[in-house]
Each structure stands twice: as C-alpha cells, then as structure tokens.
Design a protein around this ligand. Sequence first.
Ligand code: PRP
Length: 193
Amino acid sequence: MAISSAQSSAEINSEFNNPNIARTLFSEEQIRERIKILGAEIAADYAGLNPLLIGVLKGACFFLSDLLRAIDTRVSIEFMAISSYGSSTRTSGEVRIVKDLDVAIEGRHILVVEDIVDTGLTLSYLLANLASRGAASVKLAALLDKHERRQREVKIDYLGFQIPDEFVVGYGLDFAERYRNLPFIAVLKNPEA
Ligand code: PRP
C-alpha cells in the first residue's frame, strides 16, 4: 500500500494514537506520581513485615511492577489468575481460580494488587479466599475504582484513582486482549463495536 508523505507507516500503525481511543484519562506522568505516593504509604505501613504482594493476572502486572519499585522495604511477590468475564465487557458473576499461589500464606501479610475493581465480584471472592488460608492480614491495592458498578462491597486500602462508569483501557487494561500496552489509561469510544 502506498504511504503518503504526510503520514508515515509508524503513524498509521500507531496503537497509542488509535482512532477508537476517545480520550486519555490518566497520563503516564499522573500514573507515575500516584504510584510513587502509594508505594511510600505501603513501605511505611509494612516496614519490617515482609508482605507478600499478590498480582492478579493479567491486567495488574503493569501496576504491580511499577508499584513494587516504589516500595522501599522488603517485599515478596506471587501471582494468581482469576477467570471472571474474559473478553466481554459484561461480568458473568462467575469467579474461578485459574492459577493458584505456589506458596502457603499462613501468618503472612498479604497485599493483593489489582488494576481495577468494577462489580467487586472478583475481589470479594479472592480476599475472602485468601483470608480463609490463615493470612495474618489481607489488604487490597487497586489502581482504579469504578465504584458506580459495585455489586459487592470491597474495601480498597490503597487506591490509585476513582473512575467514571466508562470503558477504560491501557496500562494493563484490555478490550478483547487489545490495548494493554498503552502506557496511559484511556477511554474507548465504542467498546461494543
Ligand atoms: C479485571 C480486573 C479484576 C476484575 C474486576 O480482570 O483485573 O480481576 O476484572 O472486575 P469485577 O470487580 O467486576 O469482578 P479481567 O477479568 O478483565 O482479566 P485481566 O486482568 O486478565 O484483563
């Protein structure tokens, strides 16, 4: 295909300037600054406790990796995978552990790290499940809170940002596995299209 001199192939293939992105909600800079504050709070609260941070795949791995580097105290990490609503924007309400922890957590201080709390179905199940394994404490760090959609109450101990009830992508959040690689958080124009 011929490429006009005004538009390079890099521009045409740019995902970060994709026409289906309505607007940026949080820039890289805003995310970085917020995470720096959360990391300092977590480091102070958990000093000497060697907490286990549990990242919930896949969306939270971006937040987890940046948050970890903002926590200046001893920590360990683990991952879990939970199946909720796959590649649709609607939740089924079904929660299933697809990948469990590799370690016992009895007596450990657990901090679950999530990208978003939406209906709360996933997190209310997961937090109760972890608490039932004899953890010393179970808390939650979530980058985004879409509180309008809540069906089950979930306490977010460390929150990045409240967001409106719009379909957001980027910085780990996907639509049908797309857009996770956006370095910022954006609103999609028409997620159902
Ligand atoms: C997202 C998010 C939570 C869950 C929250 O995961 O990471 O796990 O949905 O939704 P809820 O509050 O309505 O239960 P998703 O199922 O999109 O998987 P992913 O992280 O692999 O994208």
